[in-house]
Design a protein around this ligand. Sequence first.
Ligand code: ATP
Length: 291
Amino acid sequence: MMTPVGPTRPVAQGDALSTETAAAARTDTALSVANLEVVYNDVVLVLRGVSISVPTGKIVALLGANGAGKTTLLRAITGLLDVHRGKITKGSVHLDGKDITRAEAAAIVRAGLGQVMEGRRIFAELTVDENLRTGAFTRRDKAGIAASYERAMELFPVLATRRKDTAGYLSGGEQQMLAIGRALMAEPKILLLDEPSLGLAPLVVEQIRDIIVQVNDQGTSVLLVEQNATMALSIADVGYVLEHGRVVKDGPGPALLEDKDIREFYLGMGDVGRRSFRDVKTYRRRKSWGA
Ligand code: ATP
């Protein structure tokens, strides 16, 4: 489970990271993680040399079963490991060419990284409008914030009709849209989404998928962490499979969607046809990518 990205620690206004990054031209790589190792409580090694890359303007899917280390990787990227007694012990994270390894969470947001956490962590007691405005906490440019707000209203017409409503009363899908809209209020260069389809009905999952594509079409790079491999790989330019803290497979999204192992492991389809969910779960317990 993730903790909300927020101004949890004081960061000096106009710190070097944000100023430099704002001035920098975009690189070909929106996010680069190189040989990352993460340890919890000084002893539990969870990420064992993970390298992934999100090309600028692309969608990258990160797949993996429960406990593979997906959330840990997101925590490491977003500067939220220390809240969980975790530490990067090796490797690096670069955002649009800038080293953000071990940088503070709020500085990473200002450098251009937006995050939608698992479980749609909206502020249930605030209105839709108030939730969206909290997403602009790192910004001071009123005109720019207003433009971002209008963009969110256009992307999510359903939120426009409910802007004064208490967010806690929205449906699951609407809350997911609100969480994405809030992250976009910071105008991130790259958006990290942690299991956005979790617990949503198939039709709503399709809506969320279409929104992710739209956001990407508007110029935001995307790192999509999902257990719903069909959804993720149907829109991903590139995909990675994480297992036991290691990348065990990677390749173009369409190729992975056709990959025999992935079809068996994540989509429940082997040579013998569709397996039952129970079979797949048993199979998942038996099979390891590394084996
Ligand atoms: P899920 O989809 O279930 O969230 P995940 O792929 O996101 O799984 P992580 O949550 O990153 O996996 O967990 C990877 C491993 O790290 C697991 O074995 C987990 O028990 C361990 N872990 C996660 N958080 C901590 C923590 N704060 N302290 C110790 N171990 C942790």
